[in-house]
Design a protein around this ligand. Structure first.
Ligand SMILES: Cc1cc2nc3c(=O)[nH]c(=O)nc-3n(C[C@H](O)[C@H](O)[C@H](O)COP(=O)(O)OP(=O)(O)OC[C@H]3O[C@@H](n4cnc5c(N)ncnc54)[C@H](O)[C@@H]3O)c2cc1C
Length: 320
């Protein structure tokens, strides 16, 4: 007979790490964390630039931490170090390089189907984030430009002309980082950069004032094409510019097929349905972290989800 875990957590990002730490601290006995890549926090490793400042109050959302994870402002490296330290507790059973494909409920038990086999649990938290599939523009990217159009800083070199597209914190941080050794333009369809947190807003407008980053605000891109090996960006006002590279930092998509394969019902917008305890319509099946939001989310918010969910599993009812 296979053992039945009290809780299986799918996804080793902040939502999953928060949940696993709370589960251990608050007293769930058999808990397993499953992560598809070779280490925890894949979004942080892949999408954050090295030495990036990590803000607790991301996108200007001030969050009070409720649980037992003492996450503070820091850098990419200090955040990963802290999460390493939390997960190094040998009481935490974690499986890396293990991809969950499906969750099926039979009577009161969930069967979690993975690349390593099937595991059973009384409760499951799905916390796989949105960055598995970054948002792409509505127009087609020509195949010949695939190596020059991206969604993170991979492949970026020095001395290039680069267009960063997006109006949030990630776009601003990418633009400022790249401007140290490249000629960078930041394009956002809104007339002002209101979404980044106050620190990033101050930084980007200072960079623009010092002409370290050019701002191209209030205008949308119509399409992109290849011109003599460069990225030709055609704007809706009929103008165009040539760049060596374009980077889209416009968030991530809801993993609808995966959520459906886990038995989570979606609303008419394709977003997961859950209640104030982050429990889906299937009892014992929860949602944590970025997938609980159509947009937004943050590390601190994801950590709080874990705390709320574990308390709910343990029968503790917290006031909202
Ligand atoms: C460029 C950038 C900068 C940011 N900066 C900040 C910041 O300064 N401060 C802040 O608070 N927030 C920041 N954020 C947002 C923050 O990273 C997210 O809110 C947070 O990572 C969400 O955590 P999560 O656990 O929901 O998802 P994720 O961090 O995306 O983690 C999901 C995990 O699930 C795994 N997974 C996916 N599918 C499967 C599967 N089928 N089976 C098993 N595992 C799977 C993934 O590999 C991944 O490790 C930033 C985001 C970006 C993109």
């Amino acid at each position: 007979m296979q053992e039945v875990h009290d809780l299986i957590i799918i996804g080793g990002g902040p939502g999953g790490i928060g949940a696993v730490v709370e589960a251990k601290t608050l007293g769930l006995a058999k808990v397993m964390l499953i992560e598809k890549t070779e280490n925890h926090s894949h979004t942080i490793r892949k999408f954050y630039k090295d030495k990036k400042r990590v803000d607790k109050d991301w996108q200007g959302q001030a969050v009070e931490l409720e649980g037992n994870v003492a996450f503070v402002d820091g850098t990419k490296e200090s955040t990963l170090d802290y999460f390493n330290h939390l997960l190094d507790d040998e009481l935490i059973e974690s499986r890396f390089n293990c991809e969950v494909q499906k969750v099926k409920k039979v009577d009161d038990v969930f069967f979690v189907e993975t690349s390593d086999g099937i595991f059973q649990a009384k409760n499951v938290i799905v916390s796989i984030g949105r960055m598995g599939k970054p948002n792409k523009p509505s127009y087609k990217i020509p195949p010949s430009l695939r190596s020059q159009v991206g969604y993170n800083l991979d492949n970026c070199g020095n001395g290039e002309t680069i267009l960063v597209v997006g109006g949030g914190d990630s776009a601003v941080e990418y633009a400022c980082e790249l401007s140290d050794s490249n000629d960078v333009t930041l394009n956002y369809r809104g007339a002002e950069l209101l979404r980044p947190n106050p620190t990033n807003q101050a930084i980007i407008y200072e960079y623009a004032k010092d002409e370290r980053v050019r701002l191209k605000l209030g205008i949308e891109i119509d399409n992109v094409e290849s011109e003599h090996g460069q990225v030709r960006v055609n704007f809706v006002d009929g103008t165009h510019e040539l760049y060596d590279r374009a980077i889209y930092a416009i968030g991530g998509t809801t993993p609808k097929d995966f959520l459906k394969a886990c038995g989570i019902t979606l609303d008419e917008r394709g977003e997961p349905i859950f209640d104030e305890n982050y429990e889906s319509e299937s009892e014992g099946l929860y949602i944590a972290g970025d997938i609980a939001f159509a947009s937004g989310g943050s590390i601190a918010i994801a950590l709080n989800h874990g705390y709320r969910i574990v308390n709910h599993i343990l029968g503790q009812h917290l006031s909202q």
